[in-house]
Design a protein. Structure first.
Length: 605
């Protein structure tokens, strides 16, 4: 059996020769030419006799073969690159190339393609692609006029911390290195985190109810009989077969989703618990009513959290509007939702906490200017007229400094009108005297004020339209304001989009990839983001290698090495690399181009 297996492998290796495109086996050590049907002998399994036959009888076919071989070599590198992109985009371990099924699939698609081993991918192909993408990123970032940074700490499952140990001393040391105050960097608290604190505090009056709901959800998840009974009950009642949700301590909206699902499945839950575990603490009718009220109260907060945590559109300009909108909703619901004591206490806590945190939000300069420069809102979004005036003055002053620093002020020549001719003096003398003192002398301040006046005269755009597209179409008209806008609308209202980078990193450092070094994790995150087209978001793990040199060249104070900068939002810079609908499909397409013979293969939907 071992000898037979060895022989089979030898035949397979020989059949990898491109010469077999023109021959079929015709018995032991014989082959039949597909072009002329002659049968030739191949002693010892050699293909030299078959090649000589092609050279003498079918030289044109051999020339085509040589060209195909050259083409294969030139495109093999592109297939290797797509393989690395697939590994990064789909968060696969390097060892995927050792998987038997994967190797068989590629062999069936193209027997001539030599699959690189894990060491080659790790030590050669990954660094090559990483360097290529890093250079592209550095070029893009060097052209950015405004950058927004968000920071956070994260530790992998291998207990590797990508900032430092989470101790007060180390965190203080890192903050000191950043020197935000010394560098005069503007800091903006995370709006989603602030909402999380507000809602978490308001949930304290209903902790007893939450504990009961958690116990039931955990019990159904843990006990197979209970989960199966719940599914059967849902089907019997004509309800959608949905699993119960469990909350996460650090995410208040997970509590909302848990309560919402619990309320929707109320009848099925009551029936299921009565059958599988009557002794499990159940909710009273009043507690069920409280759950319904709480879901109604928390729904607007969930909607705001989802919208403000987006990464594909401007968010900073919406913060003050959403904060005030939530306050009005709470005031309206305060006396209309419920008469239950815990719900009333919850509403009071929400109202008081929001008032304490948001009462002066329209006077927060970064946010007020972002709102003012959003053509959907302008001064109409302000409840406090004084705050709108302050924002307009601050923006105009900054725009004037932009004009002054760029030397783009349009100062008209202040010259006397030409001396009138004798024939014209009696006609134009009076007019020339009247307009002589009316010649406009432009300066940075007047130019900025004129831009602001023109901007405010423009009609508001629909709330669903993209403010960046509006500014792009008018950047030649409002050059000073556009420069200020880039520094304000690039601000992200939350660090939630950047957290998704480390959610991805957590998947990268999976059970099959937990031996990856931090450098290789950095490479994988950057390649994955680039392949997905997330051109405006980069992991902190690669910031030091891409952004740091640019900041140094510009003499801008940058985070120290080891600082975990997890998000970059670059306004007006489109950083999209290889946007694939399916990385694996791209890999297959590359193999299709490389294959010696056509592949009739499609990826099923």
């Amino acid at each position: 059996f071992e000898n037979h297996e060895s022989d089979s492998k030898g035949v397979d290796c020989l059949k990898r020769s491109n010469i077999w495109l023109y021959f079929d086996e015709a018995g032991s050590q014989k082959a039949k030419c597909k072009l002329c049907s002659i049968i030739l002998s191949g002693q010892g399994g050699s293909t030299s006799n078959y090649r000589r036959h092609l050279q003498t009888k079918h030289p044109t076919a051999l020339l085509v073969q040589v060209r195909q071989e050259e083409s294969t070599k030139s495109t093999s590198a592109s297939v290797d690159e797509e393989l690395v992109k697939m590994i990064a985009l789909d968060l696969q371990p390097f060892s995927v190339v050792d998987d038997t099924g994967f190797r068989r699939l590629l062999k069936a698609l193209d027997p001539s393609y030599v699959l690189p081993n894990r060491k080659t991918i790790s030590n050669t192909l990954v660094p090559q692609l990483y360097s290529k993408i890093k250079e592209e990123v550095m070029v893009k970032i060097s052209k950015a006029s405004a950058v927004c940074l968000t920071t956070d700490c994260w530790t992998s499952r291998t207990t590797t911390c990508f900032m430092a140990s989470h101790t007060a001393d180390n965190l203080a040391a890192e903050l000191k290195k950043i020197s935000i105050r010394k560098a005069e960097w503007k800091h903006l608290p995370c709006f989603a985190h602030t909402l999380n604190l507000i809602v978490r505090e308001s949930l304290k009056p209903i902790q007893g109810i939450l504990a009961k709901v958690k116990n039931v959800a955990e019990y159904v998840h843990r006990i197979t009989v209970a989960s199966e009974r719940l599914k059967a009950t849902q089907k019997q009642m004509g309800l959608e077969e949905l699993k119960l949700k469990q909350d996460v301590v650090t995410r208040w909206n997970s509590t909302y989703y848990m309560l919402k699902r619990f309320w929707l499945q109320k009848e099925a839950i009551i029936a299921t618990l009565a059958l599988v575990n009557p002794s499990l603490p159940t909710l009273t009718l009043e507690e069920w009513d409280i759950i319904k009220d709480v879901c109604e109260i928390l729904k607007p907060f969930e909607e705001v959290t989802v919208e403000i945590s987006a990464e594909r559109y401007v968010t900073a300009s919406k913060v003050s509007l959403m904060a005030r909108g939530l306050q009005k909703i709470v005031q309206r619901l305060r006396g209309a939702v419920s008469k239950h004591g815990p719900v009333i206490a919850m509403m009071n806590t929400l109202a008081e906490d929001m008032q304490n945190r948001f009462h002066n939000i329209e006077h927060f300069r970064l946010l007020s200017e972002a709102t003012f420069l959003d053509p959907k809102f302008k001064q109409r979004a302000f409840h406090d007229a004084a705050a709108a005036d302050d924002a307009a003055k601050s923006i105009s002053a900054t725009a004037a400094r932009v004009w002054s620093s760029t030397g783009e002020q349009t100062q008209a020549e202040h010259t006397s009108p030409p001396a009138p001719s004798e024939q014209q003096s009696s006609i134009w003398e009076d007019f020339d005297e009247r307009v002589a003192d009316a010649v406009n002398i432009s300066n940075p301040t007047s130019t900025a004020v004129a831009e602001m006046r023109g901007y405010l005269a423009e009609t508001l755009i629909p709330r669903t339209e993209d403010p960046l597209a509006w500014w792009k179409a008018r950047q030649a008209v409002y050059e000073g304001l556009t420069a200020v806008m880039k520094r304000r609308l690039c601000i992200v209202a939350t660090f939630v989009p950047s957290e998704r980078v480390f959610s991805k990193t957590g998947q990268i450092i999976s059970e099959r990839r937990n031996r990856l070094s931090p450098n290789k994790v950095s490479s994988s995150v950057l390649k994955s983001d680039a392949s997905e087209g997330n051109g405006s978001r980069f992991s902190v793990l690669v910031i030091q290698k891409t952004i740091q040199p640019v900041l140094d060249s510009r003499k801008i104070t940058a985070p120290a090495v080891g600082m975990c900068v997890r998000h970059l939002a670059l306004l007006g810079v489109h950083l999209q690399f290889s946007l694939h609908s399916s990385s694996f499909s791209v890999l297959l397409n590359s193999l299709q181009r490389t294959a010696i013979r056509p592949l009739n293969y499609q990826v099923a939907n």
